[in-house]
Design a binder for this molecule. Sequence first.
Ligand SMILES: Cc1ncc(COP(=O)(O)O)c(C=O)c1O
Length: 369
Amino acid sequence: MSRGTCAEINLSALKHNLDIARSNTQAKVMAVIKANAYGHGMVEVARALASCDGFAVATINEGMDLRESGVYQPILILEGFNCRDDLRMVYAYDLQCVIHSEHQIEILEKNKTADRSKNIKVWLKIDSGMHRLGFSLKEVQAMFQRLNDCNSVQQPVHVMTHLACADDKNSTYTTEQLSIFNDSLSTLAVDASANISIANSAGLLAWPEAHQNTHWVRPGIMLYGSSPIIDNNAEKYKLQAVMTLKSEVIAIHNFNKGDSIGYGQSYVCDQDTRVATIAIGYGDGYPRHAQTGTPVLINNKQYPLIGRVSMDMITVDVSKGKDINIGDEVVLWGEELSADVIAEHANTISYALFCGVTQRVPYTYSHAN
Ligand SMILES: Cc1ncc(COP(=O)(O)O)c(C=O)c1O
């Protein structure tokens, strides 16, 4: 028997969010579904987003799983390959690769495939300021040339970059990155048929100049219904929450003023308090650092979490709740209580909340509107 803790995935909301992405750009959409589609279930999400022009994942294994599940659209591996064995899988599974390091180019140069039909499609990554992966303005021309000279690379070579601060509309860094990217691009003899890609969700929604003249956008978090922009909520962009994390009340107790609740006595009742215990904890992916006061929805009304989050349970002050009973439905985040709000109370981001839901939690998929 399940203890009532589950993650409900609303695939209609997912499709709606894809429509929002499309309505903001002319570019093709490569849905970012790495890390199990940000914890939402990679294969189910890919199937629901079948109208996408392509998908991006981080690893070759993710790309292989997608192909094996029948996904036929282009699949881009954002970290590319690291060794020759990886490269064999890239060919076998028809995966596109980001090329971000000279090490990868050396592997390609040693790979003397005679069969031109088997050449791989690559995206040269320019480091315009993230300083994580990619080639600097100084290196990029030589690397581009080597890729073009490589027999095992399909022509043309496509070009991309990634934005570090697009979530902050007040930061000047995105403009600087765009300028570095454009400067780098202008040093390359990029084929007219090559594809260019810059924008993640934040770039797509807040920086038109990051996708106006590009061919592909790479939204992730907005597809799952979270706001990618600091200080703007998801509603502003008409995004709908895809995941609802639910549980149930498993105990209710009355405590006296001065009684402490949970580990470390971190919460002490400042008055007589009615406390509901909910069957969810960090063992399920509820954030360990959610603070006292984090909202929890019980029967559609908000109540404050009190005390420390434990592995299997949390405790909630329901003194103001009239009719709360064992078995009542609890929503930890979802359409009525944004994961962005919970993330703020736990000093984290919604990406981490979604990715953190553990295998103990059963998932259900629906097309509810
Ligand atoms: C290279 C790249 N592009 C696009 C994305 C999607 O970003 P977001 O989820 O913020 O839209 C990511 C996510 O980490 C990424 O690493």
